[in-house]
Design a protein around this ligand. Structure first.
Ligand code: PLP
Length: 357
């Protein structure tokens, strides 16, 4: 069976050494030494100032909203994983959807200003499939209207915009380190926070709001990463260049073999690619279903990322309609891409796609 992705598992002996260390220290969670070590190594590797590790990418978004004190309406994209929107709703914020650019699949900055009202507190963009948003245009709009900017950068690990980490844009960027991601900690996530003064607040928020034994200055939650997860992250980080290299070979093979036959995502020309996903856009939903069925019959399971478009969610009121997002969501399919995807299997997937378009 071939799935859209497969978790990268590092050398078990290396992982066991970290587990031995955890057993020796009996320190398994609560900002342990491995979490601290991983924070330092990631900050250096990614080229960011402040990184706070948390238990997953969804909670990273929630902590970001609470750290920035968001209220009211948040302008966001309907083309993302459901957690981008549901995390707003569960925090009492109303998502106001702005349609996407049908080429980049990212929020269209030209459409943002028309939906800003006095109740808007922030813009929440997503670097969809690691493709950097128009970060400079979004920054200009946010400055003009005095809004906060958050990027759901769940897919954008190690993406550079104009040679610097894209994670440095916005007030806060969040990452997901779920097992399916390019870099992972089994479950996990992170906040990249630009303002040094806000880092401490985020650290209280992920630890029940506690400052010390006597003081609880914030209304917090439990969002801590544990030592076993950090150990996995340290091992995966050692192998990250090789992981990226293997994925890039698969990505480029799809690209060369399917070029001209199918619509690809248009890459931001000022940004690098991290080869996290390989999305294709079919002519229509019928063609998508035909390709999907043909692949499924061979035990190959691509995924309809992202479907359905989030402006169709039943719990969002008032109802909103974003035609580009609904259109792309109805005909986009992410093909399998992971480190040890066999060359023969890759060619077989390409052959089936070609035969069904
Ligand atoms: C764009 C996006 N945001 C948020 C999340 C949530 O991350 P997690 O699964 O770590 O909670 C995901 C997960 O895949 C995602 O793709």
């Amino acid at each position: 069976m071939i799935n859209v992705t497969k978790t990268y598992l590092p050398d078990i002996e290396k992982y066991k050494k970290y587990v031995d260390e955890i057993y020796k220290n009996s320190w398994v969670t609560n900002n342990g030494p491995l979490v601290q070590k991983l924070e330092k190594r990631l900050a250096e590797y990614l080229g960011v100032k402040n990184i706070v590790l948390v238990s997953n990418g969804t909670v990273a978004l929630e902590i970001a909203y609470r750290t920035l004190g968001l209220k009211g309406f948040v302008v966001t994209t309907p083309f993302s994983f459901v957690a981008t929107t549901s995390s707003l709703v569960t925090n009492g914020l109303l998502p106001i959807f702005t349609d996407i650019d049908p080429g980049s699949f990212n929020i269209d900055p030209e459409k943002i200003e028309s939906v800003i009202t006095p109740n808007t507190s922030a813009i929440l963009g997503v670097h969809v499939f690691g493709n950097a948003c128009e970060v400079e245009k979004i920054e200009q709009i946010a400055n003009k209207h005095d809004l906060k900017v958050i990027y759901d950068a769940a897919h954008a690990f190690d993406v550079k915009y104009k040679e610097k980490s894209v994670l440095n844009y916005g007030d806060i960027s969040t990452l997901s380190f779920h097992a399916t991601k390019l870099f992972h900690t089994i479950e996990g996530g992170a906040l990249i926070i630009n303002d040094d003064a806000l880092v401490q607040k985020a650290r209280y928020l992920i630890n029940f709001g506690i400052q010390n034994a006597e003081s609880i200055p914030e209304l917090g939650t439990n969002a801590k990463m544990n030592e076993f997860e950090a150990a996995m992250g340290l091992c995966v980080l050692d192998d990250i260049e090789q992981i990226k290299q293997s994925r890039s070979v698969i990505f480029k093979t799809y690209q060369t073999q399917l070029e001209g036959l199918i619509q690809f995502q248009e890459q931001n020309q000022n940004a690098t690619q991290n080869y996290s996903y390989f999305p294709i856009v079919l002519k229509n939903e019928d063609q998508l279903l035909k390709v999907q069925k043909a692949l499924n019959e061979q035990q190959i399971f691509p995924r309809r990322y992202f479907y359905p478009s989030l402006d169709t969610l039943s719990y969002i009121e008032p109802k909103q309609y974003c035609s580009n997002s609904r259109d792309i969501a109805s005909r986009i399919l992410c093909l399998p891409i992971y480190v040890d995807l066999d060359e023969n299997d890759l060619n077989f997937i390409i052959k089936i796609v070609k035969e069904n378009i």
